[in-house]
Design a protein around this ligand. Structure first.
Ligand code: 26Y
Length: 818
């Protein structure tokens, strides 16, 4: 009765085998006998893509039905990680593919994929997790972003320092994307505006640009987990406008015309590698506007194609702004509606306000985007006028509610006029959105009280929280197959799309046999990571030691150097007492520093310097090993999380908006040592205080300490062990006698210490001692590890996406096919 399976869509091992060979010969163009692993990767990836495409095309009608509202997730960054392994998992055909390859190593092929590093860290990875959940939960969604030719740089370590090289993810080609030149958009940049009277006698404005570029979309369909649903990742690439006829202007100037091409393509050339540190670069503003303009025009096109009028734009699309990077979308939608489609301002504003919502990801003042007014005006002259008009109307409203409070008005204004004038993108996003949300409970409170208190006074209902989540598919199902099988065997496999069911593991937390299996798998994962560490760094580490892991971008507020102070403390103790017994530990660091962030680069150098000294000092008796694993990215993260015993989440309270690595590590059975910051607070609530190593100042205590006049030197002088650690660094022991190398770092700690390391040092070191002690009780530790995993249900990105859909987007999922 069943129709025979088609080679391009069937899922059985036999059909997959036929598909791989078909693609190897007919698409890759390689005879079986001479095919190299890269060819096999291509063939398998193409076969998987076919199966995703089938789902995509099948869903097409549903997506474009007149009553379907969809979310557009606007993000300057997406960090999806390698696609092949995840897509096989989501399609449910990993085992079949393995069988189809009879004897060949599927994991080898999966490991060959270059990942699209189109983001810096947490914010871009969050966007990718949300696409996975949107697809899995069958929500109609599109992720809009930039197809950077060069993503985040590759990191190498030379002589202990970070060295950046360009990322070349597109070099081997990218089978997952499809170029759609027929949906290209033209984007204007620069120039000036003019007013005119239209044929109805209405006063209108037009924008005469001095440059146009073309945005060409590249589509990557993202398939949901065991679902017939896909979402689209649509990334825009900048090309020169062929038709902006240079022949008219530069007749005969062929070279000049080609130069113009180079200039245009610059816009999507490279991802800015800064996170949380603003650089007011013209090209970055152009990037932001470029992808936003393309995306808004694409939505308008889709809206009109579906036979709707733009009056109903907000019923067809809701737009989530992933931080302020796409906030110019507020002004762009207004421009389109008012200038191009001649809609009255009030009507256009109403639609705009109903369309947008904004997620804030940071409280750090240096990360809040603001553009110098002259720069903004020269790139986007018409948008500046529109921003002024939005602001004028908004501030008039404020004045009626708070007459005479000019200070308040100055704080609320989209234009910062306190000195040199700026456009404040967060204020634009706030004014143009119906909802704003933070990314963890604590963070969302701070958004109300610290960041936008005046907006909160104005309209408290607009503020929400959606605590971040991570996809359990990639970060447990794919990356930790051992633990996945153990859990499956215990509670069935439905937990992967219903993470709350992990709670059923609680019943096994005290079961000796289950604990044994749990420990065995952790040890296997650690042995695997130990091999990777040896191969990539030459350092030999003991898989039975406590794996103490801090992986994330390098930043002073994340306090990798506090971790280092602890390592040096242990080192110092071992030197003083040659027979001291401590729990053997492997300290593992991974993370990139922004290329221009001097202090972060010095922290990397310090980690490597301490590693060099400690790893080869016989006095340490191999009790501690320190490793900096270069080029931390999604692919490496997937090997690291499953091997972690201890997760370092030690930011200064009030600084880390949420963190998501904290969730991934705990989901893989690591215990957390952490401050009450970001989502740590909620992780601790969920797993129970007794299964979490808490230390340090709360954010209220930190604020009070600063207000009362913080003197870091006092902590240092009052604590001989801490003083010894700082002196050891300054002695040149870790720098071949160079006493100046780390001085900027130690001097900062003693004199300013913006992130309160000195105050948190003693509580941290003491807490670490408890960790070391607890690790010796294997059974108890394992029990805590099991309970951590069992109680991670809340931190699934499925839960987070459902909250966005229900509370912010008002979105309904598709009904499944019969
Ligand atoms: C303005 C520009 C310099 C900039 C570029 C990238 C500013 C910020 C960023 C990236 C920020 C980021 O990744 N933030 C992280 O977002 C995660 C997801 O919400 C949070 O978990 C994490 O705490 C936060 O630091």
């Amino acid at each position: 009765p069943d129709a025979p399976e088609h080679t391009r869509t069937g899922m059985s091992p036999e059909i997959l085998k036929a598909a791989f060979i078909d693609n190897l010969t007919l698409a890759v163009g390689r005879p079986l006998e001479t095919a190299v692993p890269e060819d096999w990767y291509q063939a398998i990836a193409l076969s998987v893509r076919d199966r995703i495409m089938q789902r995509w095309v099948r869903q097409f009608e549903k997506r474009n039905a007149p009553d379907v509202r969809q979310v557009a997730y606007l993000s300057a960054e997406f960090l999806p990680g390698p696609h092949l392994g995840n897509s096989l998992l989501n399609l449910g055909i990993t085992d079949n593919a393995r069988e189809a390859l009879a004897g060949q190593d599927l994991d080898l092929y999966i490991g060959l994929e270059e990942e699209p590093g189109l983001g810096n860290g947490g914010l871009g990875r969050l966007a990718a997790c949300y696409l996975d959940s949107l697809a899995t939960l069958r929500y109609p969604a599109t992720g809009y972003g930039i197809r950077y030719e060069f993503g985040i740089f590759d990191q190498a370590i030379k002589d202990g320092w970070q060295v950046e090289t360009t990322d070349k993810w597109l070099l081997p080609g990218n089978v997952w994307e499809i170029k759609r030149p027929n949906f290209a958009q033209v984007v204007k940049i620069g120039g000036h505006t003019e007013t005119f009277t239209d044929q109805h006698g209405a006063f209108r404005v037009r924008w005469i640009p001095d440059r146009v570029v073309v945005g060409v979309p590249y589509d990557t369909p993202i398939v949901g987990y065991l679902s017939d649903s896909c979402v689209l990742l649509r990334l825009w690439s900048a090309e020169a406008a062929q038709s902006f006829d240079f022949a008219d202007f530069n007749r005969g100037d062929y070279y000049g015309a080609v130069e113009e091409k180079v200039f245009s393509e610059n816009i999507s050339k490279v991802l800015y590698p800064n996170d949380e540190q603003l650089e007011g670069k013209r090209l970055r503003l152009e990037q932001q506007y470029f992808f936003v303009a393309c995306s808004i025009k694409d939505m308008i096109r889709l809206c009109l194609r579906r036979g709707s009028t733009l009056e109903r734009f907000h019923e067809m699309f809701c737009v989530q702004l992933n931080d302020t990077h796409p906030a110019i979308a507020v002004a762009e939608l207004m421009r389109q509606l008012v200038d191009k489609y001649a809609m009255p301002w009030e009507r256009a504003w109403d639609i705009t306000r109903r369309t947008f919502s904004y997620t804030n990801h940071t409280l750090l003042p240096e990360a809040l985007e603001k553009w110098p007014l002259p720069l903004f005006g020269s790139v986007l002259p018409r948008h500046l006028e529109i921003v002024y008009e939005i602001n004028r109307r908004f501030l008039d409203e404020v004045r009626t509610r708070f007459p005479g409070d000019e200070d308040k008005i100055a704080r609320l204004s989209i234009i910062d006029e306190s000195g040199e004038k700026y456009v404040r993108m967060a204020n634009l996003a706030m004014v143009g959105s119906h909802t704003v949300n933070g990314v963890a409970e604590l963070h969302s409170e701070l958004v109300k009280t610290q960041l936008f208190p005046d907006f909160h006074d104005l309209d408290p209902k607009r503020f929400q929280n959606v605590t971040n989540g991570v996809t359990p598919r990639r970060f447990l199902g794919l990356s930790n197959p051992g633990l996945t099988r153990l859990i499956d065997g215990c509670i069935g496999d439905s937990w992967l799309s219903d993470l709350d069911r992990l709670r059923e593991l609680e019943a096994f937390a005290g079961d000796a046999g289950f604990q044994q299996d749990w420990m065995r798998i952790k040890l296997e994962n650690k042995s695997r990571l130990a091999r990777i560490i040896r191969d990539r760094t030459g350092v030999v580490v003991d898989p039975t030691s406590l794996f103490d892991i801090q992986v994330k971008r390098i930043h002073e507020y994340k306090r990798q150097h506090l971790n280092v102070l602890h390592i040096i403390t242990l080192y110092q103790r071992l030197k003083h007492d040659p027979r001291l017994q401590i729990t053997p530990r492997t300290f593992l660091f991974g993370g990139k520093a922004a290329p221009g962030y001097y202090m972060a680069k010095l922290i990397i150098k310090l980690i490597n310097a301490v590693a060099d000294t400690v790893n080869q000092d016989p006095a340490v008796r191999d009790l501690i090993k320190v490793v900096f694993l270069p080029d931390y990215n999604v692919k490496h993260a997937q090997n690291i999380y499953p091997a972690a015993d201890l997760s370092e989440q030690i930011s200064t309270a009030g600084k880390e908006a949420s963190g998501t690595g904290n969730m991934k590590l705990s989901l893989n059975g690591a215990l957390t040592i952490g401050t009450l910051d970001g989502a740590n607070v909620e992780i601790r609530e969920e797993v129970g205080a007794e299964n979490f190593f808490l230390f340090g100042l709360t954010c209220e205590q930190a604020a009070r300490l600063r207000a009362d006049g913080y003197n870091p030197g006092d902590y240092c002088h009052g604590d001989p062990e801490l003083r010894g650690v700082i002196e050891l660094i300054d002695s040149g022991l870790f720098s071949h006698g160079d006493r100046e190398l780390f001085r900027p770092l130690t001097a900062h700690l003693l004199e300013r210490d913006d992130y309160l390391l000195m105050a948190d040092y003693r509580p941290y070191v003491n807490c670490q001692q408890q960790v070391g002690h607890a690790y010796r009780d294997c059974q108890h530790w394992t029990r805590m590890s099991i309970l951590n995993v069992a109680r991670m249900g809340k931190f699934s990105s499925d839960r987070a996406v459902r909250e966005y859909a229900a509370n912010i987007w008002k979105l309904k999922p598709f009904t499944p096919d019969p």
